[in-house]
Write a protein that binds this ligand. Structure first.
Ligand code: UDP
Length: 329
């Protein structure tokens, strides 16, 4: 039995491929290399270069490799971009996910694990937010992911397929063994940007808003190590294989850090006091969002191993240095 990982040449997908291979699983990656990298696909995984929305290619891949399980990462993921380009997000994240599900059902795939997001909650009434919170996404990105959750619910009701939708909070850090990391050249995510500023790869950075109703005025987020996130998928896979019912789980540490606190940690760990400018709010940002992780711990037995912001930052710094040296080489 082989697992199909869409987006396996990307940041989270490549960590997933490593986690699966380390666990002795067989892995096929499908990735169009639009933002991913051939080198990021670990040795031992088979790479099919193409679009996960290409039904012919995906159906052939499922048949050829006897795929029984799909872990679906490939997506557009930048909240402010989704505000500017909603149709691009709905095409990629929703329409193509529908095609993938069509192939999954047609090919007899048993289990499907979906990268969902904390953005499905929008501005939650309460933090930590539980999976039962009202879903009121405030960006096309969040809405696109929620639409796929709904599709999965309906598909699982109509067909013999079970799924886990994992609502990621803010994913950061890099493989502790240095085998992969966040490599997108124009990445916009906070820890990546701050680490680049610390290494002098950008002149400084902006803080998008300090007038939010939070303790220091900047946004509060729950930053989770990418390796713990990959592990959550493996736990979900084992749960579904053991006949677990379809499930939706948050994946986060249940701890909030403000943007200003994260920047302080990056300055401390790197030892560099880079320039920080207070800028206006960014479109689509909720003020505060922190995961309740009670469900994933109880249902999947997920136990975080890397719940330490300094360690996350240190590994992100190590990866960024490595990436920079690779580009210079
Ligand atoms: N942020 C910031 N400066 C940056 C990048 C991000 O102030 O250069 C803020 C952003 O406005 C948000 C938080 O950091 O409040 C996390 O943003 P990120 O893009 O990392 O993840 P998101 O929460 O949007 O998925």
């Amino acid at each position: 039995m082989t697992i199909l990982v869409t987006g396996g040449a990307g940041y989270i997908g490549s960590h997933m491929a490593l986690e699966l291979l380390d666990a002795g699983e067989a892995v096929v990656v499908i990735d169009n290399l639009s933002t991913g990298f051939r080198w990021a696909v670990p040795e031992g995984a088979t790479l099919v270069v193409g679009d996960f929305g290409d039904e012919k290619l995906v159906a052939e891949t499922i048949a050829r490799y006897d795929i029984a399980e799909i872990i679906h990462f490939a997506a557009k993921i930048v909240v402010p971009d989704s505000v500017v380009d909603p149709l691009g997000y709905y095409l990629n994240n929703v329409a193509k996910a529908r095609s993938l599900l069509e192939c999954a059902v047609g090919g007899g795939v048993k289990h499907f694990i979906f990268s969902s997001t904390a953005a499905v909650y929008g501005n939650p009434e309460q933090n930590p937010v539980t999976e039962d919170e009202t879903l009121k996404p405030i960006s096309p990105y969040g809405r696109s992911k929620l639409m796929v959750e709904w599709m999965l619910e309906d598909v699982a009701r109509a067909h013999p397929l079970t799924y886990a939708a994992l609502r990621y909070f803010n994913v950061a850090g890099a493989d502790p063994q240095g085998r992969s990391g966040q490599s997108t050249p124009n990445a916009t995510h906070l820890i990546k940007v701050a680490v680049q500023a610390a290494l002098g790869l950008r002149p400084g950075m902006d803080v998008f808003g300090v007038d939010y109703p939070t303790p220091d005025g900047s946004c509060l987020r729950d930053y989770i190590h990418v390796t713990d996130l990959a592990r959550a998928h493996l736990d979900a896979l084992r749960y579904l294989r053991a006949d677990g019912r379809s499930i939706v789980c948050n994946v986060g540490y249940q701890k909030g850090f403000s943007v200003l606190e994260v920047i302080e940690v990056v300055k401390k760990v790197s030892g560099v006091d880079f320039p920080v400018t207070i800028a206006g709010r960014r479109a689509g940002d909720p003020a505060a969002i922190v995961a309740s992780n009670a469900r994933i711990r109880a249902a999947l037995g997920w136990t975080p191993q890397h719940d330490n912001l300094e360690q996350i930052v240190e590994q992100a710094l190590n990866w960024e240095r490595r990436l920079h040296n690779r580009r210079l080489a």
